[in-house]
Design a binder for this molecule. Sequence first.
Ligand code: URA
Length: 230
Amino acid sequence: MIRLDKYLAEAGVGTRSQVKKAIRDGHVKVNGEIAKHADMRVDENADTVTFDDEDVWFSEFVYFMLNKPQGYISASRGWDPNVLDLIAEPYRNLFPVGRLDKDTEGLLLISNDGQLAHELLSPKKMIEKEYYTEVDIPLTPEDIERIETGIEWHGESYRPARYKKISDHAMTLTVVEGKYHEIKRMIEACGSKVTYLKRIRMKNLILDETLKPGEYRFLTEAEIADLKAV
Ligand code: URA
């Protein structure tokens, strides 16, 4: 629920004072009834708001950071169990910005901002994604060099990734593509296998480690501004 004047202002009808005047002057209806008070509450998902009998669509963008648990599919609704089922907030048109495999955990941005999603997912933008990765067989120095210089594997090429050792079986890998099974395929090309994968960063958005798998929170203003910065 949101104040009517905020709804109208966010939807681009006018400034807060302009929309207040428009309400006073009887231009605005909620569910067919002339609205009398700027501070009345409307349900942005259920109520119909009109200005001079034209529908006004609420278009506020929302941004959630989800710590995706294993076992959930990153897709729009229709695939079960779905990451969107984890978001209890009543916003329309949410979608996951990018995909994590069903068995991958970690940072997943959920939003309804198609423009930002496009920017973050465009291969040309080379947005960094960092993964905490565990493997069954330790990588050799030659494997690490291949990872750092780029890999060809089963007809697909993978751009150089940044490798940071944590232990013989654990590392972080930073990639700038978003290819299907990218990390798993690169590790497979080295004769090893990913046993655990968790995204910990996308661009400058770092997974909030206080979020348990399945938990989410709104992004802060600063995080949104950083994501949008070129
Ligand atoms: N690379 C993978 O192999 N899987 C993911 O979920 C993300 C990157």
